[in-house]
Design a protein around this ligand. Structure first.
Ligand code: 6PG
Length: 478
């Protein structure tokens, strides 16, 4: 039998669908799972879709692969991934490629890549986005690892990846070692921000106009035909229009309002703090999930905390809906701008040389944050690859300026009515911070100098200064 061009070990839903995607695209795929049952059922159910080589043992699996062997590992992040790698490595030869396609934390990927490099094995941490359906029909793929490995791996991954409207595969070599998993992590952070912003838009429409979830679903479906056209708006419309079969109520009203998280949003914020990258939208979204899960605190607070809020008094319903749409778009621009800044900061810190425009390109289709908007980001980076922030690109500067008054109205109405809109409002504060002529950071520098002699710089002279606060309060050069 012909040897396999690619192998997949770990055949839970994502691995199974990736394996099927390879096979459907004409590759011979060796498939393996720790308990062979899953491998047999894959071949039983889908064997007719292409060429599979079912392997009961890891040794059979490795023997079934053409050299250099290319192996996709799709198991749980953390210990299980290490366990599979440790079992595989003794069976491999120099030049073989291991692709970790799970949601690994990028420092783990950097560690694994360095360790395997010593042994002559290429380790590629590849972000894969698009959920189960994406894995089967075409995900967005973000492979990192050694550039050399992409010569073998790239054409295979590009074949199974989603294609943008212009035909470009949503897959490119992101950068060395952990760059791929880092970019996937930021993708998920942006996903958190996007989801929170959409949630806030829903709250405002519901509280402000007393609309039903179904009516809001219809509004979102309508927004989905314009600038906000995106997978996440589309699925939100579906969720809001769903009726619960048991109670006849809107499904969203019977779902417990505590948001789960597997960790990628938190990792994004942790890394942003380390890099000094102010991803306020992602952070607010991650914290909003955490607040939602503080059941005991929320119950205690609900009893005690005053509202002093006034009802929304909205006369122009259509005008309010349009304001919320514009505020959502502007806040979304901020969240993406911040995510791209974080990618740049990490690229500088770790020497990854990531091309942000290419990242926008490979997020245009296949992934969870896919949106018409990504075309605009791609174009922005094509106009200027070194943009200081997406917000200064002429298209985005204009788009945000056009919605700015609406954004301010929505944030202030939310505050007056006591409806939480943390991502909307912090994004607006971020925007205002960036454009401010002077920030209160000067006060902070004064405070720091007062209590800790931490010194400050002057606007009108070179050098570093300190005021003798506890002495005669003259200024000295530090
Ligand atoms: C994707 C998704 C995927 C998954 C996240 C959700 O790109 O396909 O981002 O990775 O849906 O794990 O994470 P939370 O459970 O933290 O929301």
């Amino acid at each position: 039998m012909a040897l396999a061009q690619i192998g997949v070990t770990g055949l839970a839903v994502m691995g199974r669908n990736l394996a099927r995607n390879f096979a459907r695209n004409g590759f011979t795929v060796a498939v393996h799972n720790r308990s062979p049952q899953k491998m047999h059922s894959l071949i039983e159910d889908h064997g007719s879709e292409g060429e599979f080589i079912g392997c009961e043992s890891l040794q059979d699996f490795v023997d079934a692969l053409a050299q250099p062997r290319t192996i996709v590992v799709m198991v749980q992040a953390g210990g299980p991934t290490d366990a599979v790698i440790d079992a595989l490595v003794p069976l491999l030869d120099k030049g073989d490629i291991i692709v970790d396609a799970g949601n690994a934390h990028f420092p783990d990927t950097r560690r694994r890549e360095a360790a395997l490099r010593e042994q002559g094995i290429h380790f590629v941490g590849a972000g894969v986005s698009g959920g189960e359906e994406g894995a089967l029909l075409g995900p967005s793929i973000m492979p990192g690892g050694p550039a050399e490995s992409y010569e073998t791996l790239g054409p295979i991954l590009e074949k199974i990846a989603a294609k943008a409207e212009d035909g470009t595969p949503c897959c490119t070599h992101v950068g060395p070692d952990g760059a791929g998993h880092f970019v996937k992590m930021v993708h998920n952070g942006i996903e958190y921000a996007d989801m929170q912003l959409i949630g806030e838009a829903y709250s405002l429409l519901r509280e402000g106009l007393n609309l039903s979830p179904k009516e809001i679903g219809d509004i979102f479906a309508d927004w989905n035909t314009g600038d906000l056209d995106s997978f996440l708006i589309e699925v939100t419309a579906e969720v809001l229009k769903q009726t619960d079969a048991k109670t006849g109520k809107p499904l969203v009203d019977v779902i417990v309002d505590e948001a789960g998280q597997k960790g990628t949003g938190r990792w994004t914020v942790q890394s942003a703090l380390d890099l000094g990258a102010p991803v306020t939208g992602i952070a607010e979204a991650t914290f909003a999930r955490a607040i939602s899960s503080q059941r005991a605190q929320r119950e205690a607070a609900r009893e005690v905390l005053a509202a002093n809020a006034s009802d929304f008094h909205i006369k122009d319903r259509a005008g309010f809906i349009e304001d919320v749409r514009l505020a959502l778009y502007a806040s979304k621009v901020v969240a993406y701008a911040q995510g791209f800044d974080q990618i740049q900061a990490a690229s500088d810190e770790y020497g990854w040389d990531i091309n942000r425009g290419d990242m926008a390109k490979i997020w245009r289709e296949g992934c969870i944050i896919r949106a018409r908007f990504l075309d605009r980001i791609t174009e922005a980076y094509e106009r200027d690859a070194d943009l200081a922030t997406l917000l200064v690109d002429p298209y985005f500067a204009d788009a945000v300026a056009g919605g700015l008054s609406a954004w301010r109205r929505v944030v202030s109405q939310a505050a007056l009515a006591g409806v939480p809109a943390p991502a909307f409002s912090s994004s607006l504060s971020y925007y205002d911070s960036l454009r401010a002529e002077r920030l209160p950071a000067a006060v902070i520098q004064g405070q720091r100098d007062f209590f800790g002699a931490h010194t400050y710089k002057r606007v009108d002279a070179e050098g570093t200064f300190h005021t003798l606060w506890s002495g005669d309060r003259t200024e000295v050069e530090a």
